[in-house]
Design a binder for this molecule. Structure first.
Ligand SMILES: *Cc1c(COP(=O)(O)O)cnc(C)c1O
Length: 356
């Protein structure tokens, strides 16, 4: 019997993505919204799905959804591409604007998926780390991006796991300094103050691409739908890379109803923002905690105490958060998603008892 040969050498030593999900009463580890989509949306979806032919392939590009998204953001259909979650589009971008001979300019600490995709696609990763206070080293990023060897720059705004916004003046300078594709990952932008989105820069900069997801503010993490706003040339290249039917008919129908009913989500977004600020104040009042200011639906909290032990203590009390202490830049940091008022009260009470 023959042995199986080795897989692609780039897979050696790669750890599969692990969301570190564990069952818990209070799940505040993955930046989801605790409350499900509004009933009116679920009812509209049920009616649509009840009529849907399951035997036929879906519209590969989800054109009805693209049109609705384009109208919403004031762009054309050719500027919109949908993906099986934002994560799929991140992989397609790594393939299309990365590969051998190309570099990704990454700004850690940030979402781990960018560097993982770069590795899988043979793209060199160039890092311009954030400062100790998590602010962007704007001069260094602009200078490095302009040297000519970078295919793509990723700026996450609000950043995951730190919650910081990228100032628009900086984004504009960066766009003008490089012909690299500048990806603004705005997965959490709905939770940020008005004026934070880079969308106003879109029309004048063909190298700007903006990533959005329905997983966070629009409460569809289980459905898998994300989209990119980009120049039609970018969309065209991505249509060469993407899996033809990655966005299934049911997900298209659900996302279309969410776009139509998007006002129904505004109250929940406002509640999350208010709860974020309440949670931040309460945690900042605890001994030896440093709550980083956040424009997202989570808080990055640094403790003087060992964050790994605090993570354990919280889990024993039924609360699942995300531990970032393995990375030196976020040593002793936990990322805590904003939940319902009751969940946030439980987090506050548990940390109060653990830290006293
Ligand atoms: C959650 C998230 C995404 C996309 O998530 P999907 O569920 O795949 O749409 C993209 N970028 C960041 C920074 C995220 O946190």
């Amino acid at each position: 019997m023959a042995n199986l040969r080795e897989a692609n050498a780039r897979l050696a030593g790669v750890e599969p993505y692990d969301p570190k999900y564990l069952p818990a009463q209070v799940m505040v580890s993955a930046n989801e919204t605790t409350v499900d989509a509004p009933d009116e949306v679920r009812r509209a979806v049920a009616a649509r799905v009840g009529q849907m032919p399951f035997n036929r392939y879906p519209d590969p590009l989800a054109n009805d959804l693209r049109d609705a998204i384009a109208l919403w953001h004031g762009v054309s259909r050719e500027n919109v591409i949908c993906g099986n979650g934002g994560d799929e589009l991140l992989f397609d971008l790594a393939y299309a604007w990365g590969g051998e001979g190309n570099a990704l300019l990454n700004v850690p600490p940030t979402f781990s998926v960018y560097a993982a995709n770069a590795h899988l696609t043979g793209t060199k990763v160039v890092e311009v780390p954030r400062r100790a206070d998590f602010s962007l080293d704007e001069e260094a990023i602009v200078e490095r991006a302009g040297r000519g060897d970078v295919g793509m720059v990723v700026i996450t705004s609000p950043n995951n796991p730190t919650g910081d916004i990228a100032p628009l003046g900086f984004v504009e300078r960066l766009l003008n300094a490089t012909d690299a594709l500048v990806l603004l990952d705005e997965a959490y932008i709905e939770f940020a103050d008005e004026g934070a989105s880079s969308l106003p820069l879109f029309a004048a900069h063909e190298n700007l691409a903006i990533l959005h997801t329905f997983s966070k503010a629009y409460r569809l993490a289980g459905v898998r739908m994300g989209y990119l706003l980009a120049h039609e040339r970018v969309v065209c290249e991505l249509t060469k890379v993407r899996q033809p039917y990655s966005v299934d008919a049911v997900s298209q129908a659900i996302a279309l109803e969410v776009v139509k009913h998007r006002e129904a989500f505004e109250e929940g977004i406002a509640r999350t923002r208010a709860e974020r600020d309440r949670l931040a104040q309460a945690l900042a009042a605890l001994p030896s905690t440093d709550v980083h200011p956040s424009q997202a639906n989570f808080l990055c909290v640094r403790f003087e105490a060992d964050a790994g032990a605090l993570w354990e203590g919280l889990y024993e009390r039924g609360i699942l958060v995300r531990d970032f202490s393995a990375n030196p830049a976020t040593r002793n940091c936990l990322r805590i998603s904003v939940g319902t008022p009751e969940e946030n009260d439980a987090v506050i009470a548990a940390l109060e008892s653990l830290l006293s």
